[in-house]
Write a protein that binds this ligand. Structure first.
Ligand SMILES: *[C@@H]1O[C@H](CO)[C@@H](O)[C@H](O)[C@H]1NC(C)=O
Ligand SMILES: *[C@@H]1O[C@H](CO)[C@@H](O)[C@H](O)[C@H]1NC(C)=O
Length: 275
């Protein structure tokens, strides 16, 4: 997969200001407002921001902010411990409900954000404010991938120096939390159901995810959960972990979740950008 494309997109993301229409409280839609949760080391304006803008053009009102950033380093989100970011996300969900006047939101998360889309409803008392959840490649049962720090470099501000400085200063709580026997993973899998009553969860994963490994660790085997390989729909999509955020096939699968049209057909693109 052309990692060049991914780099180009990342560079584009880094220089793009907000697409029109997103984070607009005057936006009107019959659907629930959609809250986006970015990955480790990313911010609301990179990672799944393109997906956010695309869904906005499909008639959804979409909202996102950076979570889990340390004071003074707003350009690197998702680094704080999962249990510190979770209340921030819950507060944001309440804010979106209040400001839009809707009773529920839908959640779309990628990577750590996907993990949070399961963790926050379970532990932060906001499950009743959430309807549909599209979780792209959550490390639900932890990942054998040893070096989650790399995610901070891959998804975040492209300045490796800046990332290194922040990690040296504060560490990466989320990295430790999501690794093997990480605190947040153990808590999410405490024996009580992950999925909360009233929440409709779809997990979307790629067989070729090279970071959340083995990729089936994303899936939640509970009643009512839809576990979906990208390749079940688009067999020739070789997309990997980072590329999932920029992959039109994945975007269409997410749209199907939000529109509750799970079997809507779309043209699979061969070689969506990103790896
Ligand atoms: C990237 O990090 C630098 C600090 O090293 C910061 O000045 C810059 O604004 C950041 N860029 C973005 C797009 O966040
Ligand atoms: C949050 O999780 C970390 C481990 O990841 C733990 O050390 C800390 O005590 C937890 N904080 C609270 C308030 O539970």
């Amino acid at each position: 997969m052309p990692s060049i494309t991914k780099l180009a997109l990342t560079a584009l993301a880094a220089t793009t200001t907000l697409a029109t229409g997103i984070n607009d409280f005057n936006c009107k839609s019959d659907s629930n407002p959609v809250v986006f949760l970015h990955g480790l080391g990313a911010t609301y304006y990179e990672d799944i921001n393109f997906l956010q803008s695309w869904l906005q053009t499909k008639g959804h009102c979409t909202y996102a902010q950076t979570y889990g950033a340390y004071d003074g380093f707003p350009f690197l989100g998702g680094l704080k411990h999962i249990n510190e970011s979770a209340p921030e996300i819950a507060a944001y969900i309440k804010e979106i409900v209040a400001k839009t006047g809707k009773s529920k939101v839908d959640l779309v998360g990628h990577s750590e954000g996907a993990f949070q889309s399961l963790y926050v409803p379970k532990f932060e008392g906001v499950a009743h404010l959430i309807d549909k959840i599209a979780a792209i490649a959550p490390p639900t049962h932890s990942t054998s991938f040893g070096n989650l720090y790399d995610l901070a470099y891959l998804l975040g501000n492209t300045s490796r120096q800046a990332v290194g400085d922040v990690l040296d200063l504060f560490g990466c709580g989320a990295c430790n939390d999501l690794g093997p026997d990480g605190a947040a993973v153990l808590r999410l899998n405490d024996g009580e159901p992950i999925v909360q009553p009233g929440n409709k969860v779809t997990i979307i994963a790629s067989k070729y995810d090279e970071m959340v490994t083995p990729p089936e660790t994303s899936f939640v085997h509970e009643d009512g959960v839809v576990n979906r390989w990208i390749q079940d729909t688009c067999p020739f999509d070789p997309v990997g972990h980072i590329g999932e955020a920029y992959d039109l096939n994945v975007w269409n699968l997410v749209l199907n979740v939000l529109n509750e049209t799970p079997d809507r057909k779309f043209v699979c693109l061969l070689g969506s950008p990103g790896k």
